[in-house]
Design a protein around this ligand. Structure first.
Ligand code: SF4
Ligand SMILES: [Zn+2]
Length: 466
């Protein structure tokens, strides 16, 4: 379900061939486009485009460039557009200190007025901000815009600004600049939570490579999706699902999907074993309110039974062969080791490699060496090392019990797993405060273990520091 959350189809660049542009978008799999207003004239154009094309919805508002044209009449037209069922948002509104086409105090005033309209009409906001991030975020906060949320279109900042935008209840709009050299967007986009972005083109502007210098159009949103998938190490379908879920939640008020016991991600099938864990890592998404992952709802009311896990995973694996079946979830699978082993045994017959993702606490939880039991059914184990030394582990991973000694238990687990017949990978997150080189050197002490550096993601509530 590919959605372009930011188009300007009323611009003259599309005058000659709009039907063909919309058809090409449909052929590329684009099911919805959000047509964004920029001046008073484009309000009526947006309303009529939304009437003419079933896939086109709209946002009404005045761009900061045109803030100087604000009047009671403009406000009346915005409000009347917003009363229509297909006009879903207020936008694009904000501040542009780069071109300064309206006086800055007028821009700020018109921005505030339009935020208030959004709050009154309970519509989300599409923000334009250029060279004005601190003022933009301050105004959004002061006006209480998080009550309606919105999208920071053509996101202008790095990861630190993304934290602020997410904390203010806004999604990050990811578009063509993701494919540009020298853009900050790839770094920012690689750090976002999977529930923190939507895809956009901003057509006819900002075309992705290889169309730079040409007219952009909604069909090219597929190139943004593909690039983002490559940057984040997932499949295009994962990006599409995640972005569509965030868009539909924000713009259509859609509730999260039913919770998943098993789900398809990165070409694998994952089993959502448990929501409990023996750590409380500072970066863990479990600690925030967001329980979604790439559009899946992982908030199970209770832990699934071995039979439920095996049936859910087998059904997915039979519909399309996964690379691996991974026991993972929003918690620590070895908290339920007996159930995990029973499920894994039931799935062995499928002929798909089985992997366990773990924090390495299994033996400490069971008070015995559990590696032989795991190695009897699993082909691979991936152990999260968490930090480079015991003190950092205690500070960042905050284990329930054992404090700094837990780090030794994790190393012991890695030692035994790497000596087993399982393929063993030690993973480390590049979270600030983790000495990645020291962690890599530590992992190298286990010749049987591979090392994988993972990029940490900002929590959806923006609480994680950068
Ligand atoms: S070990 Fe994993 S599931 Fe447990 S708190 Fe840390 S990040 Fe979350
Ligand atoms: Zn725009």
């Amino acid at each position: 379900m590919l959605i372009d959350s930011h188009v300007h189809l009323d611009m003259r660049e599309f005058r000659g061939d709009l039907d063909a542009v919309v058809e090409r978008a449909a052929a590329a799999g684009v099911v919805e486009m959000l047509q964004i207003c920029y001046d008073a004239g484009s309000i009526d154009a947006t309303v009529s485009l939304a009437e003419r094309y079933p896939r086109v919805f709209g946002a009404a508002g005045i761009h900061p460039h045109d803030a100087k044209s604000w009047s009671g009449e403009v406000e009346r037209r915005i409000r009347s557009a917003l009363a229509r069922p297909k006009i879903l948002a207020v936008g694009e509104i904000g501040l542009d200190y780069y071109r300064d086409l309206s006086p800055r105090d007028v821009q700020r005033d018109v921005f505030r007025r339009q935020i208030r309209i959004a709050l009154e009409t309970r519509k989300p906001i599409v923000v334009h901000s250029r060279e004005a991030f601190p003022d933009t975020i301050a105004i959004l906060r002061e006006e209480g815009a998080s009550r309606v949320g919105g999208v920071f279109h053509a996101f202008p900042g790095g990861p630190a600004e993304a934290v602020e935008a997410l904390a203010a209840g806004f999604l990050v709009g990811v578009g063509g600049p993701l494919t540009y050299r020298n853009s900050r967007l790839p770094e920012t986009a690689s750090r976002l939570p999977s529930s923190g972005f939507v895809l956009e083109t901003d057509c006819p502007y900002l075309p992705p490579e290889p169309y730079r210098g040409k007219r952009n159009e909604p069909a090219y949103v597929s190139l943004v999706r593909d690039r983002l998938a490559a940057i984040r190490g997932v499949e295009p379908a994962d990006i599409e699902r995640a972005a569509a879920a965030s868009y539909r939640r924000l713009l259509h008020g859609e509730r999260p999907a039913a919770p998943s016991i098993a789900y398809r991600l990165k070409g694998n099938v994952y089993i959502n074993v448990t929501g409990s864990c023996t750590n409380a890592c500072v970066y863990c998404p479990r600690l925030g309110r967001d329980r979604t992952l790439y559009g899946y709802n992982l908030a199970l009311a209770s832990d699934p039974s071995p039979r439920e896990m095996a049936e859910a995973a087998a059904a997915l694996a039979r519909s399309a062969q996964p690379r691996e079946i991974v026991f993972c979830g929003f918690g620590e699978p070895t908290c339920r080791l007996a159930d995990v082993l029973e499920t894994a045994r039931a799935l062995r017959g499928l002929g798909v490699p089985l992997r366990l993702d773990t924090n390495g606490h299994g033996s400490a939880i069971a008070r015995r060496d559990v590696v032989p039991e795991i190695a009897a059914v699993f082909d691979a184990v991936s152990v999260s090392l968490g930090a480079h030394d015991a003190a950092s582990y205690a500070r960042l991973c905050r284990p329930d019990r054992g404090g700094e000694r837990t780090f030794d238990a994790v190393l012991d687990f890695i030692g035994r797993a790497s000596a087993s017949k399982m393929q063993c990978t030690v993973t480390v997150l590049d979270y600030p405060g983790v000495d990645v080189d020291a962690a890599r050197a530590l992992a190298a002490e286990f010749p049987g273990a591979a090392f994988r550096l993972r990029r940490y993601h900002i929590r959806a509530d923006g609480k994680t520091g950068v």
